[in-house]
Write a protein that binds this ligand. Structure first.
Ligand code: MLC
Ligand code: AMP
Length: 450
């Protein structure tokens, strides 16, 4: 099977039903089908053929969905870029992915008149997307995501979370990540439910969107749920009464947050765990016990094991490897090493205990300290630099930089703002006489003064 055959349950079978609400306009599934056909013809006219890469640098909007569907229809590999990335971060992806074109808000394709669906040979092994995810070296790597990976994930989540065409789905997460694209867009198109898409989650307007749209289904990262705790009680109860399921993932959901949310909204958030390379691995059950502090048992078809404290996964969800990266992607016996430290209870619930690497997750966005350290070390007046994540009530963690040298904080802050996505800019610069290191020169971040 390939993705279009899944999407046709909605694009064709529910052609006249409302599909997408975007900025006050409602599109039917049939309209999305013809819109994306027109965009596919426009891409074809620009020379796109199966296997080409298309980079998109766009915030959430209906055209981003058109472009994704057009790529699927042509067998073109969709490469979304985080809209918060600056030139330096974007250049790395463009150099690596070697796309036929980059589309941003200024260069959206002019749709062609032809509204028929283009015919391309596709199957489960066709790559559908490459999503860049921070590698441990600081430079991000592109995970090659096949039709089969998206399918396995969509079918799992639609079934296990009982998503149906009766749902009303509010999606406010960015479509350039696996959370909104792989889980959000795909369960929407698999189930044929009605989705309202927001440009982004803005805590100042989110409540109004909930009250106006009256969703039954919502996906968030923990920061979103922390923000929603500010909702007045009566309004929270109104929203909760209509809601069927709140799901959280992409970063750890603090147990006290879960408890406060239950008291306020009357719902136990369902926590699940995934990563770009593997889509969703584990999920707390829809019907059984949603155990605080755990991410639940593995999803159907997925095996997990813990070796030397680290979680390994195997299944149809695991992607094909990294784009243009040689070297073994899986262990000799076919397991993917997640880098997440974990334990598994006797009844199969997985608990995460942090990461083997020093990855920082802030508001659900990944930050590799090494990337910031490299930029700081390029600056005059910086002899040594180390970046760590410090706890933050709202975002989970935020980056803080330790510096040896006499560069001014304002200059370092300005350079980081110019060259890095806003969530990577260190919140503080701490001066130290030296960075603690092992005898072999490796930085000992846990010894930095807090
Ligand atoms: C944040 N900003 C955005 C943005 N999110 N700008 C454009 N689009 C977005 N989606 C910018 C703001 O402009 C601001 O910049 C800064 O970030 C903080 O904004 P805020 O309003 O204070 O946001 P906050 O309430 O903290 O909420 C942030 C957030 C965002 C939760 C909405 O972090 C977010 O959308 N996170 C989701 C990330 C995600 O989907 N991760 C999934 C990865 S996949 P400035 O310049 O003013 O500072 C994965 C696998 C898995 O991990 O398991 O899912
Ligand atoms: P990414 O590389 O952006 O796909 O992020 C994947 C990482 O996010 C995983 O390896 C985990 O470390 C983290 N993650 C995702 N879901 C959860 C969760 N529910 N709890 C804790 N960490 C999570």
């Amino acid at each position: 099977m390939h993705l279009l055959q899944l999407f046709d349950l909605s694009l064709i079978a529910r052609a006249n039903e409302p599909a997408l609400e975007w900025q006050g306009t409602t599109y039917t599934f049939g309209e999305l089908e013809t819109r994306s056909n027109r965009v596919a013809h426009a891409l074809r006219a620009r020379g796109f053929v199966k296997g080409d890469r298309l980079c998109v640098y766009l915030a959430n909007r209906v055209e981003l969905i058109d472009l994704f569907l057009a790529c699927v229809k042509l067998g073109v590999i969709f490469v979304p870029i985080n809209i918060l990335y600056r030139d330096r971060e974007r250049k790395h992806i463009l150099d690596d992915a070697q796309p036929r074109a980059l589309i941003d808000a200024q260069s959206l394709p002019e749709p062609h008149n032809d509204a028929t669906r283009p015919v391309t040979a596709l199957d489960g092994e066709t790559p559908a997307a490459i999503i860049y995810t921070s590698g441990t070296t600081g430079a991000s790597k592109g995970a090659i995501l096949m039709h089969n990976n998206f399918l396995a994930n969509a079918v799992n989540l639609t079934t296990c979370w009982q998503i149906t065409d009766r749902d009303r789905f509010l999606l406010a997460l960015p479509l350039f990540h696996i959370h909104a694209l792989g889980n959000g867009v795909h369960t929407w198109l698999a189930s044929g439910c009605r989705m309202r898409l927001l440009e982004r989650f803005d805590h100042r307007t989110a409540i109004d969107e909930f009250l106006d749209f009256q969703p039954t289904l919502f996906f968030g990262v923990p920061t979103v749920y922390v923000r929603l705790l500010e909702t007045p009680r009566e309004i929270a109860q109104t929203i909760g009464a209509r809601m069927r399921l709140f799901v959280s993932g992409s970063a750890p959901l603090p147990a006290h947050g879960l408890e406060q949310f239950r008291t306020l909204f009357g719902h136990t958030i369902l926590e699940r765990y995934g990563m770009t390379e593997t889509f969703m691995n584990c999920s707390n059950p829809y019907a059984g016990e949603r155990r605080a502090g755990t991410v639940g048992p593995p999803l159907p078809g997925i095996s997990v094991r813990v070796e030397d404290g680290e979680l390994y996964v195997k299944g149809p969800n695991v992607c094909a490897g990294y784009w243009r990266r040689e070297g073994a992607f899986l262990t000799a016996d076919g397991w993917f090493r997640t880098g997440d430290l974990a334990s598994i209870s006797d009844d199969g619930y997985v608990t995460l205990h942090g990461r083997r690497s020093d990855l920082i997750i802030s508001g659900g966005f990944n930050i590799y300290p090494r990337e910031i350290e490299e930029l700081l070390l390029e600056q005059r007046g910086v002899a040594e630099a180390a970046v760590i994540g410090v706890p933050d009530e709202v975002r989970g963690e935020v980056p803080v930089a330790y510096i040896v040298g006499d560069a001014a904080d304002e200059d370092l802050s300005r350079i980081c703002r110019e060259q890095l996505a806003s969530f990577k800019v260190p919140r503080r610069f701490v001066r130290v006489d030296s960075i603690p290191r092992t005898a072999l020169g490796k930085i000992q971040k846990h010894l930095l003064p807090r």
